[in-house]
Design a protein around this ligand. Structure first.
Ligand code: SF4
Ligand code: FE
Length: 482
């Protein structure tokens, strides 16, 4: 059953989440003014799925339940599914101008689906069956699931088992007949606070000595022993000031947290990997591939909003016809569509895995994400260029509304006379939000480090690029005989 947005919000209210922020426990994360915009972004994945005009993009028929499910819980059955995923993410980015968080679970589903199939084939384990039961439960209840990969990692030069503190990577600390107990943490967890369940995965490839760290499973986000510490975002407390305009994007946002797993019990039927260390790397590579594809959708949608905002700012400043402004907006569009082209291309060239689902072209997915580590920065630079300095020096909404000084703000910060000062400041605040404020987490720094930092993609490009074949081509054309 597809949930409505309201049903999703109420379902989150029922969870017993342990969330901490500013040194205090948050009693009701759903109603917290700092966290609520991030919940609204996830809610949009439910709201849009209810609309007939978005049904093809936002939903799919599950071959496992026979029912129509939200695409965020779908296992990709074709290259068309892969392309629809990217288009759906662009749409959500356009509607929220923020990170809508639900993609990590979708990418985890598809990576765990094929990897558990491969492990079972080799070892006769039951991980795929475990996963399929979990997936059906998620699809039938239309749940939001976080995908947790990134460990704190401690000394980057040491393997998990060699760390001074053994908990720097999440690991099994006890084995029982009915399951395992795990301890560790996952960092930068996008949307954990707004999810019903989490799929935990290892974060790097591992050797035999790291066996206890090669573990993957699913559990409820309010399981005993799990707690979250919310990450700060630039300008986050503006949401507490009662000056809506100053937030730039009053309704939507994203959220990240450091999530602690303090001796959490996982029953056997929720385990997807448990000691088969050589599959840790496979799972990482597939999940990262899917999430690098994802950025060719979500960042593009947010980019659409930023490009639009820059163009509106140019209108309000009175210079939409200046040739350099027009050219800068063309450049922003060119960069943004190039990212989209990469997201679509790695999807179109996807292939069927042995397990039956579709995997993106890994080389192109990594090229996609490598471009994402650069182009949004250039798009931001151009948006700031067009917006002008007022995007960072404008007084607050409270000054604008003040009976004494308000008229001065209104008078002197007006651009073209036909546009109110309030509207001009609103669009500049949105640009500020996307370039430097709370949304910059998702649009800027996450473009750099989300789904793996730039060097991680370069390693994959060097592995997948087939340089040997290219050298042969050159030698053949030059008629070299060695
Ligand atoms: Fe989805 Fe993008 Fe957020 Fe990742 S960063 S969860 S792909 S919206
Ligand atoms: Fe991300």
């Amino acid at each position: 059953m597809l949930m409505t947005g309201e049903q999703y919000v109420e379902s989150m209210r029922k969870l017993n989440l342990q969330v901490y922020m500013f040194g205090k426990k948050v009693e009701c994360p759903v109603d917290d003014p700092i966290l609520r915009p991030s919940l609204n972004s996830v809610k949009m994945t439910y709201d849009l799925a209810q609309l007939p005009e978005y049904q093809d993009l936002m939903t799919a028929v599950s071959p496992y339940t026979g029912e129509r499910v939200n695409r965020f819980t779908h296992i990709h059955q074709s290259t068309e599914d892969l392309m629809n995923k990217v288009k759906m993410q662009r749409l959500l980015g356009q509607k929220t101008a923020a990170c809508f968080q639900r993609c990590v679970g979708m990418d985890a589903f598809n990576a765990v689906y094929s990897t558990t199939f491969d492990i079972d084939k080799k070892y006769g384990t039951k991980y795929h069956e475990n996963f399929m039961n979990f997936l059906k439960y998620v699809q039938e209840n239309d749940l939001t699931v976080d995908g947790a990969m990134t460990d704190p990692k401690g000394d980057r030069g040491l393997a998990p088992h060699a760390q001074a503190d053994p908990d720097m990577f999440l690991h099994v600390v006890e084995r029982r007949d009915d399951g395992i107990v795990v301890r560790g943490a996952k960092a930068h967890q996008t949307g954990f606070i707004n999810s019903h369940e989490v799929i935990v995965m290892p974060t790097i490839s591992m050797g035999e000595d790291d066996k206890e760290y090669a573990v993957s499973f699913a559990c409820p986000t309010d399981e005993k022993g799990i707690f979250m510490i919310v990450g700060r975002q630039s300008c986050d407390t503006r949401k507490l000031e009662g000056a809506v305009m100053d937030t730039g994007n009053p309704e939507f946002g994203g959220t990240e947290a450091l999530v602690i797993f303090d001796n959490v019990f996982i029953p056997n039927d929720r385990i997807f990997l448990n000691g088969e260390f050589e599959y840790a790397g496979v799972l990482v590579e597939r999940f990262a591939g899917y999430h690098r594809q994802s950025y060719g959708g979500c960042k593009v949608g947010v980019g659409d909003v930023l490009i639009g905002a820059a163009a509106v700012a140019a209108d309000y400043n009175g210079c939409p016809k200046a040739s350099h402004v027009k050219d800068k907006i063309i450049e922003m569009q060119h960069l943004n569509e190039t990212l989209f082209a990469c997201g679509i291309a790695c999807s179109a060239l996807g292939t069927k895995t042995e397990s039956g689902n579709y995997l993106i072209d890994l080389l192109l997915a990594n090229v996609c994400k490598q471009n994402v580590t650069r182009f949004p920065y250039e798009i931001v630079r151009l948006a700031e260029d067009i917006a002008g300095g007022l995007m960072v020096t404008a007084p607050s909404e409270k000054d604008l509304k003040d009976p004494k000084i308000g008229p001065y703000v209104d008078k002197y910060l007006r651009g073209v006379n036909s546009v109110t000062t309030e509207n001009r400041l609103k669009i500049l605040r949105l640009i500020e939000n996307l370039c430097l404020g709370t949304a910059a987490v998702g649009y800027r720094t996450e473009s750099m480090h989300g789904a793996g930092s730039p060097q991680a993609q370069r390693i994959m490009i060097s592995r997948q690029g087939n340089l040997k074949m290219k050298k042969e081509l050159a030698k053949s054309i030059a008629q070299i005989k060695e």
